[in-house]
Design a protein around this ligand. Structure first.
Ligand code: UD1
Ligand code: CA
Length: 453
């Protein structure tokens, strides 16, 4: 196949977002929406990318760096005018050009591929347009097409007749065009329309007039062309992305009894036979290996769970949390920059921060690593098979040896050797019968008072 270039329109900063951040940099699944689009395009191995920028362009430059070319569009006179700004950057380019909108970020690589394939069909269309049938056609431009997908006319909602408005096939904005024809067509686009704008869609009408074929490729997943113009649409796009990601996770072997309550990050990695119970939220950087179970109401970010590990319900795994094979954390356990060794357990109410726990160790309920003195963080190292009794405070820096036992309720501030018992508690006072005598005396006193009163 021929070479590919992409042009990404991002000149509008997105006034309706009411934001100091460029619209296309707002995140979906924790990643700027523009980068979702760039990822999909990158999987088609585009040799060049031109991003058309306007206001807030320094923000786009910060996000994309030198990996792309920039074309400045000022003022913004319409989508056709926007694409025309890429002319210099693509001078001499004769491959395929894919035109994308930065604020239509969920277009899949497979869809982009299908459009390119259509562009190289036997009837060699000049332009291929990605169409969709939304539940409401609203103000979308319409694609008037024959049954075989050949486009007869492109018309903007505002310029359309009643009959044209009744057409349900809408323009997503995404197009594939031959590089050696695109700019010549754009040169001929005028602005004699209801908005006084240079419409990109007019290149289809011009090519048709030249006797060329233009074709529509219709997506069967209208959600992939959802545009983002407001915070509400951002939330819809997020929901759409999450729905796609959950579907993909299940197709790849993840069990989720209530997928609609699980929220992924763009980079969540899932092995086979992973189970994710309801109401689980993933921040960035989570890797779940095979046979991991994340139980209900857990929050994970920057955590790696190896084969067969079980976390939750109500687990909080923060960056640097590593659970080795078969390790378990139960309810209300928090880990940060901590490794829980093979088969080791922290079943209830525990904080493990800046810690390393050896294989097979058992961390009792309510154990806290006291890792911070108000100025510095300190490490706790717990040896293999050590047993930490409930409600222990492990005051770092601290090393506890292999097979050691820390008695419940201990506040340990000095290292514990291998095989040692450490108990740090007050002496116990034992007074048989004391409570009985106390109750008798107090009851008598109360009765006497009641009589006097
Ligand atoms: C455009 C299409 C319409 C389609 C709709 C899909 C045209 C004439 N109309 O309409 O058929 O149904 O998208 O959402 O193409 N942009 C620039 N510079 C400009 C104008 C726009 O960079 O001068 C960028 C915007 O930032 C945005 C995209 O192009 O990313 C689309 O612009 P928008 O104004 O939303 O297009 P519509 O008029 O809605
Ligand atoms: Ca729009």
């Amino acid at each position: 196949m021929s070479e590919l270039a992409t042009i990404v329109l991002a000149a509008g900063k997105g006034t309706r977002m009411k934001s100091n951040r460029h619209k296309v940099l707002h995140p979906i699944g924790g990643r700027p929406m523009l980068l979702h689009l760039m990822d999909a395009a990158a999987s088609l191995s585009a040799s060049r990318t031109v991003v058309v920028v306007g206001e807030y362009r320094e923000q786009l430059h910060d996000a994309l760096g030198e990996s792309v070319d920039y074309a400045v569009q000022e003022p913004q006179l319409g989508t056709g005018h926007a694409v025309a700004q890429a002319k210099e950057a693509l001078r001499g380019f004769t491959g395929d050009v894919l035109i994308l909108y930065g604020d239509v970020p969920l277009v899949r690589a497979d869809t982009m591929r299908a459009m390119r394939e259509r562009l190289h069909g036997p009837d060699t269309p000049a332009v291929v347009v990605l169409g969709f049938r939304p539940p409401e056609t609203r103000a979308y431009g319409r694609i008037i097409a024959a049954d075989d997908g050949r486009i007869e006319k492109m018309v903007e909602h505002r310029d359309a007749s009643e009959e044209e408005r009744a057409c349900t096939l809408c323009n997503s904005g995404v197009m594939a065009v031959r590089g050696d024809e695109l700019f010549a067509l754009l040169d001929r686009v005028g602005n004699d329309n209801s908005q006084g704008e240079y419409y990109l869609t007019d290149i289809v009408n011009l090519a048709n007039g030249d006797g060329r074929t233009c074709a529509v490729v219709e997506t069967d997943r209208p959600g992939e062309v959802a545009g983002v113009n407001s915070r509400a649409e951002l939330a819809s796009a997020e929901a759409q992305w999450q729905a796609f990601r959950r579907q993909e996770a299940m197709e790849q072997g993840t069990t989720m009894p209530a997928p609609e309550t699980v929220f992924f990050s763009w980079d969540t990695k899932l092995g086979r036979d992973v189970t994710i119970e309801p109401n689980v939220v993933f921040g960035p950087g989570v890797v779940l290996h095979d046979n991991v179970t994340v139980r209900a109401f857990s929050h994970l970010e920057g955590a790696v769970l190896h084969e067969g590990a079980v976390a939750g319900p109500y687990a909080r795994l923060r960056p640097g949390a590593v659970m080795e094979e078969g390790a378990k954390v139960g309810n209300f356990v928090e880990m940060k920059a901590a490794v829980l060794g093979k088969g080791a357990k922290a079943s209830h109410l525990t904080y493990l921060g800046d810690a390393e726990v050896g294989e097979g160790a058992n961390i009792g309920a309510g154990t806290i690593t006291c890792n911070y003195d108000g100025y510095f963080k300190h490490r706790t190292t717990i040896g293999p098979r050590a047993f930490i009794g409930s409600n222990s405070a492990l005051i770092a820096p601290l090393t506890i040896g292999a097979d050691a036992i820390v008695a419940a309720g201990s506040a340990v501030s000095r290292d514990v050797g291998d095989g040692e018992l450490r108990m740090v508690r007050g002496e116990q006072l034992v007074k048989p019968g004391w409570a009985d005598r106390f109750h008798d005396a107090m009851k008598k006193k109360k009765k006497a008072q009641a009589k006097d009163g």
